[in-house]
Ligand binder design. Sequence first.
Ligand code: NAD
Length: 481
Amino acid sequence: MTYSVTPLATIPTIVADARHAFVAGATRPKQWRVSTLRRLRALVDQHESRLLDALAADFGKPRFEAWATEIGFVLSDIDHTLAHLGSWMAAEKVPTPLAFKPGTSRIVAEPLGVACVIAPWNYPVQLLLLPMIAAISAGNAVVGKPSELAASAADALAAMITELGDPAVSLVLGGVAETTELLTHRFDHILYTGNGRVARIVMRAAAENLTPVTLELGGKSPAIVSRNANIEVAARRIAWGKFVNAGQTCIAPDYVLVERPVHDALVAELDRQITAFYGSDPKASPDFARIVNAPHFHRLEKLLDAGTVAVGGETDADTRYIAPTVLTGITRGDPVMGEEIFGPILPVIAVDSLDAAIAIANADDKPLALYSFSDDHAENDYVVGRVTSGGACVNGTLLHISNPQLPFGGVGESGMGAYHGKFGFDTFSHRRGVHTRSTRLDPALLYPPYTATKSKLVRRALRVPDPRDLVAKLRRRSRRG
Ligand code: NAD
């Protein structure tokens, strides 16, 4: 591994070069955005095997998972962006009230300037590149900071971005010291993905420059399983969502709340599905990842000390292996319920009713994801309508974030702001209102001296209803019957 940290002394130059490129107008034209995204796409393609090797080296990420959740995700995001960029960039014409005619009004998406993207280690390629793609699509220069905990991936990403050879798109490598230095510089938007503690550091630094932030954080995302759920399908989808990337997924179902009559059936089915995925010895499976580092391994190992191990439970410190594990008999006071698990440990808690499940889910901070399993859609609507979360998936897990038409972001402690698809373009844009006046007429109505007649006329003019508002009102009335 050749992981090299960016020297602190060079960080100001990297940021200044990005600023210079933006101020010079290099990043604004559609042509720059398109050609940069196309070159980035080609580079991701060319560097595919190096990136997959790096992800395997960092924490044994299976190649299938790495391609589907990182490389493929990035490629399809670029394709989606390229397909829609023209319409996203197009000015949106909006009506002008009668009182302000003659004139026209439009909303124009302006790039913000220089963006900073700080990424975590668990999906190091996707979580760095997707926000960078959004920033580029919106016409910004961007400085990215991959996580030092996935050092091989950071190294591979740095080689790729260096090959891009554009000062408007660059990376800083390193950990706390380098990120701290980076955050002393003024950015026009910061998108941070990671934990809530560091998010507060980022937001404090951003406040110094009144820089807006998008914070993509985590939390304890519940899966709520009704007695009316298809238990086999629920177990398969929960097991998949939980054990992909060995549970190191921000939107993984953190724990399960299941109605008591189907608790045992669900646990038995989870056991069957885990064996179907990884065989009777998951340690030997090439499809199961490892824990990223020793501190996380030891943190997770301690969480196994509560309740009853219904499935799995084996660990191996040397290879940082923790088996796909299901815990039962867990109470809300157990440490495993006190923090985001972020590993392959799944507590399953029996509840007497969906209302009891909702009460437990709402007692925690607002989670990043919510999963509801029932074949009765009224029940799913009931659960989704009563538990707030960043996003939600009904009768499934994780897949709500792969639709670029849906915003991806948290709420409350799980974050603020969103991206993916057009939402990413909007996050890195300023929606500027532009009103253009005709010079043919220039009534003296608004200008001093303010006479009683002018006052009367202005009051009357501003009260004249806009015909479009009248039409909308009539439509609403006719819909109501
Ligand atoms: P991490 O340790 O890799 O940290 C994230 C980034 O913060 C890194 O780039 C790191 O260098 C930087 N950082 C760390 N300490 C810092 C400091 N003191 N000052 C400035 N920067 C600092 O990743 P993590 O935080 O362990 O990531 C796991 C968390 O991220 C989990 O809570 C998970 O749910 C969340 N997460 C959220 C999403 C999402 O999209 N919402 C995605 C992945 C992970």
